[in-house]
Design a protein around this ligand. Structure first.
Ligand SMILES: C[S@@+](CC[C@H](N)C(=O)[O-])C[C@H]1O[C@@H](n2cnc3c(N)ncnc32)[C@H](O)[C@@H]1O
Length: 228
């Protein structure tokens, strides 16, 4: 399949990830949460059972036989309800969960019966022993990633309904991948994972079903390396 964009070790494919299967070392992603987000080309209000099966199928497809790790952002409540385990591809185990502390709404809709979540887990699953490439000491080696609004997004990312903060994603990539790894984001949206990979000098592949989001991602990737 012809890439939508390719430059400096970063490749973007436009299409449904189920029809595209590039090889990678590590999958790092931020899937649709099935909470009714207004994506341009994806129904984010699927039947829950179908949604979990869909996600498991996509995770298995994206990891193939080759990826050693699968790391994804998700709603906290899903993790505590055992749904993270239900989405794991064959042979993967969950080894760690970091916290992205975002200070306000964090994907779990506030329904009035409990406080709203202000953080999201970042689930780290691996086939075999996980490889940690991050710092071994000091504040940067800690797994609670705190962001404030001002540090979160560049302007291009805001054309997507729910971009992740680039600094947070960059930290996650530096934990789970080495210089020689290729990272795959099968739900790349505005391309945050790809920009983070580029900043770290890693190769990365992104896929999105929306051509509009691929265009945003390509525009962001074609810009220079940003200061963290
Ligand atoms: C939560 S968003 C990712 C946002 C991204 N982390 C960012 O920072 O911009 C999930 C993305 O998955 C894409 N998507 C949904 N179904 C897909 C599919 N079957 N194949 C590829 N992409 C899909 C949506 O278009 C959406 O952009």
């Amino acid at each position: 399949m012809k890439p939508y964009y390719q430059e400096d070790g970063i490749t973007i494919y436009h299409g449904d990830v189920r029809n595209i299967q590039p090889r990678c070392d590590v999958v790092v992603t931020d899937p649709p949460y099935n909470v009714g987000m207004a994506y341009s080309d994806h129904d984010d209000r699927m039947d829950e059972r179908k949604y979990l099966q869909w996600l498991r199928d996509i995770f298995s497809h994206a990891c193939g036989d080759w990826s050693r790790a699968l790391v994804w952002f998700w709603q906290g409540i899903r993790v505590f309800n055992g749904e993270a385990r239900a989405c794991l591809p064959e042979g993967f185990e969950i080894h760690h969960a970091a916290a992205w502390f975002k200070r306000e709404f964090a994907g779990d809709l506030f329904k009035g019966a409990h406080p709203g979540f202000a953080w999201e887990p970042i689930i780290w699953a691996a086939r075999g022993k996980p490889e940690y490439h991050g710092p071994r000491g000091g504040h940067d080696a800690r797994d609670c990633l705190v962001e404030d609004r001002s540090s979160r997004h560049d302007k291009g990312a805001l054309e997507h309904p729910c971009p992740k903060p680039q600094r947070t994603v960059t930290r996650v990539l530096s934990w789970v991948s080495s210089d020689t790894d290729t990272i795959l984001d099968p739900f790349c949206g505005s391309g945050t994972t790809l920009v983070a990979a580029k900043n770290l000098g890693r190769m990365a592949i992104g896929i999105d079903v929306s051509e509009r989001y691929c265009e945003i991602a390509a525009r962001r990737c074609s810009q220079g390396v940003l200061a963290l």
